[in-house]
Design a protein around this ligand. Structure first.
Ligand code: PLP
Length: 518
């Protein structure tokens, strides 16, 4: 590591006393005026009004803030200055793959031909879009080693639900053991969405413990797999960032019991172009395009969780399927009587799919492989250096290389100084670095899950490592200093409970006013 690159350049975030747009609102103020159009519209509204039945006509105006265009621009620019993003600094939020998303993919997705296309457009006039979707399906099938893909699901979690429903239909129609096979096996280190998706599809969740190495415990798996097993949901590399080296044996145990293998591909950034879930023995896979394939995400924005399956399961995928006939004409085919039906309006989040297409197209097969190789190299660099800093350690499978991420434990630091993983995470913000994922997976005490991604440079990785070093030095010399962090951000120690609790979370102006009145 380059010792010279110390992270003593601390950040200071802008701080604005910014009211809500509603609070700025002055009746009659408008963002813009288009005099000629306005006159025309007023004329037409007059005639349109008479076409709309009285009962369905809007009474009065919608309750929107009345502000000028410049006020809107300043408002959102100020808010963005009080936020943290991947465009500002390192964002090593483990399992979320917060990589930089090249602007070219944004430019392609906002091409008017894509952005203005109506989803109800006649297929004859949407051939280009359908070709893009058809090709993307085939590329994703190729990259994952699957035979057919649906692009409909709008998130990883919805992809999981779709995949599990497909597995259920398979057991209903093919093995005809749907009633009996009512258990889904899920390792204890899995992402919380896995048991949630399985439970939503009606399955009983059987938890498979981790071994001392942090891998699937094969003996426990053998004991649990049997005539009631619908399948196993597995993330590989798993959530501690280690590749399940016994995957062939795991696949054998599950298949022998008559179950199917589901691959949670949210960690796909580790293995693109290197190894394929289809070749590891998986029958169903979902990808998180918003993580791996270049879509800005976080804050609950739109996502994309395509699902790929082996050919025995293809007939159960959602409809419509995109098909190409002999003349090269692209069409929508609803004629799959065993399909689980629709899981999302139209074709999924089309803009994300265009970005993913552009991402794959611009990198090519070798580029995808290279991205994964560098992501893995970066994670190992971090694991090596951070685990050698006083107070931190790398639990489980010390000798196994990390894949795209590593989970560091701050347990020793907590014992020695009282400084917790959460304190470290918050203090990192003072160094201009976003927090890693904390307290996940649950099998690691005081967990800090770091995923640097391939887009961070050597210099930025060194900055991250020296920030950890500086926090460790502080923790052992002046822990109170760490406790009060972050000190340089616009908002300081947020109330995590209130921020996430449905009772106090305020999502709209209406809710805000109601809460205020109470
Ligand atoms: C992010 C993630 C998911 C869920 O994906 P969403 O798009 O957030 O629904 C599932 N599994 C793993 C391992 C993940 O990291």
């Amino acid at each position: 590591m380059d010792k010279k690159s110390v992270s003593d350049k601390k950040t200071r975030q802008a701080k604005w006393d910014e009211p809500l747009l509603f609070e700025r609102s002055i009746p009659g103020v408008m963002a813009h005026q288009v005099p000629i159009a306005e006159e025309k519209i007023r004329k037409e509204i007059g005639s349109l009004d008479s076409l709309i039945p009285e009962a369905m006509r809007r009474k009065g105006y919608p309750n929107l803030p009345e502000v000028s265009e410049l006020q809107v621009v300043r408002h959102f620019t100020r808010l963005s200055q009080m936020n943290f993003s991947v465009s500002l600094g390192t964002y090593p939020l483990g399992s979320c793959t917060m990589k930089y998303n090249p602007i070219i993919n944004e430019a392609v997705s906002s091409h008017p031909g894509f952005a203005w296309l109506h989803p109800n457009q006649d297929v004859r006039h949407a051939q280009g879009a359908l070709e893009l979707l058809w090709e993307l399906e085939h590329w994703l099938a190729e990259i994952t080693g699957m035979d057919a893909v649906t692009l409909q699901p709008a998130a990883g979690a919805q992809g999981e639900f779709t995949g599990v429903m497909v597995m259920r239909e398979y057991h209903r129609c093919v093995t005809e053991e749907c009633e009996q096979r009512n258990e889904m096996l899920i390792p204890d280190a899995a992402h919380g969405t896995n048991p949630a998706s399985a439970a939503m599809a009606g399955y009983k969740v059987i938890v498979i413990p981790s071994s001392d190495e942090g891998l699937v415990d094969l003996e426990a798996l053998k004991e649990s797999a049997g005539p009631n097993t619908a399948g196993l949901m597995l993330t590989n590399p798993n959530t501690i960032g280690v590749f399940e080296k016994d995957i062939a044996e795991i696949a054998g145990i599950v298949h022998e019991s008559g179950g199917l293998l589901y691959y949670d591909g949210a960690n796909f950034n580790a293995i693109m172009g290197v190894v394929r879930p289809g070749d590891m023995g998986f029958d169903v896979v979902h990808l998180n395009l918003h993580k791996t394939m270049s879509t800005p995400h976080g804050g609950g924005g739109p996502g994309s969780g395509p699902v790929g399956v082996k050919k025995e399961l293809a007939e159960f995928l959602p409809v419509p399927r995109i098909v190409k006939d002999e003349d090269g004409f692209f069409n929508l085919d609803y004629d799959f009587p065993r399909s689980i039906g629709k899981v999302k309006g139209f074709f999924g989040n089309f803009g994300m799919l265009v970005r993913a297409y552009s991402y794959i197209y611009s990198l090519g097969y070798q580029g995808l492989k290279r991205a994964s190789e560098v992501a893995v190299l970066n994670a190992n660099y971090i694991a090596y250096h951070v685990s050698r800093i006083r107070g931190f350690s790398l639990p489980y499978s010390q000798d196994a290389p990390r894949m795209h991420e590593c989970v560091i434990s701050a347990e020793k630091m907590k014992e020695d100084t009282g400084i917790t993983a959460m304190d470290v995470a918050k203090r990192l913000l003072d160094f201009g670095i976003h927090s890693p994922t904390v307290y996940f997976p649950l099998i690691v005490p005081e967990a800090l899950m770091i995923e640097p991604t391939e887009t961070e440079s050597r210099q930025d990785l060194d900055r991250l490592i020296s920030a950890f070093q500086a926090i460790s030095d502080e923790a052992y010399s002046n822990p109170e200093h760490v406790k009060g962090a972050p000190k340089s951000t616009a908002l300081r120690q947020l109330d995590e409970y209130r921020a996430a609790h449905p009772k106090t979370l305020t999502l709209s102006w209406k809710m805000y006013q109601e809460n205020k009145d109470e």
